[in-house]
Design a protein around this ligand. Sequence first.
Ligand code: CUA
Length: 331
Amino acid sequence: MPALLRRKLLVLLATVALALAAAGAALAANGGFAPPPPHSPNAHRINDAYYVILGFTAAIFLLVEAALVVFVLRYRSRGRARADEGYQLYGHTRTELIWTVIPVVILALIGSFVFYKLPGIEHIPAASASNPQLHITVEGRQFYWQFTYPNGAVSIDRMHVPVGETVVLEVISRDVNHSWWIPELGGKWDAIPGHPNRTWFRVDKPGTYTGQCAELCGLQHAAMLAWVVAEPRDRYEQWVNQRAQASARLELGKEEAQGVCAKCHYFRQSEGTLVGPNLATNTRLTDIKGLTPLLRNGGIRMPAVGAYWTDAQIQALVAYFKQQNGGTSGG
Ligand code: CUA
């Protein structure tokens, strides 16, 4: 074997070994190759479609790459003159039929499977005595998620739901496009101004599920995280009833401060400046007359984060700042 070829073969082997080792490691830790484990019927169906497509494409990839390697080695020129033509294949009807029919069949199989799964992903299960529906409004807003529950309770960034029940989400926006996405609980649904979208999930296991706004919506898009807390019905009810009461306003205020204000502002002098000015010494936070227009209309670069807030929401935020500051600083 010529030295040059041997060296090339060694490089090839080393590359393949490295790729295999990396693939093994990535696969073991699910390094982005596979979707997270599904915890809602629609998410299950999305995963099924993912794995069917992955199966076909992985098989095709291996087949093509293996054939490529075999052909490169087996039919290399072996010192033949550069201008020499290789063997040519013309009008071989059977081969042409095979390489046309097989891809058509594969595409038809993938397409049929996806269309078979699609209604179960998209269609919201009908409400019945054994399968009640809970409706929650999900509003995407620069740069937080606001959830409104049937009894009027509000939460920011963290949605509470009962486990095992169909939750119907009305996904809306009144500023720019956002996209609601909790990978373990189903697909992405865009929050588009003037065009409410509806989606759903039914969480099969108590826990906290993390998501992220999936539509570039401005400077702090990356900070637009969301969590769905799924708990047994009685604990959900306890939470939602309590949250609807005026006595929960410090809790709500804290969520607003952390989920809305803190996306762009730091509250401690030592932390410096984030997107907006540092608010450690800002006296407006505890002055409802000064703060309200800022929340309602926005500032120079600040979005009108509280344009559609209830008065109670604004009062909750100010009450929280008052409690935090106690006349001095903090946060
Ligand atoms: Cu909202 Cu990105």
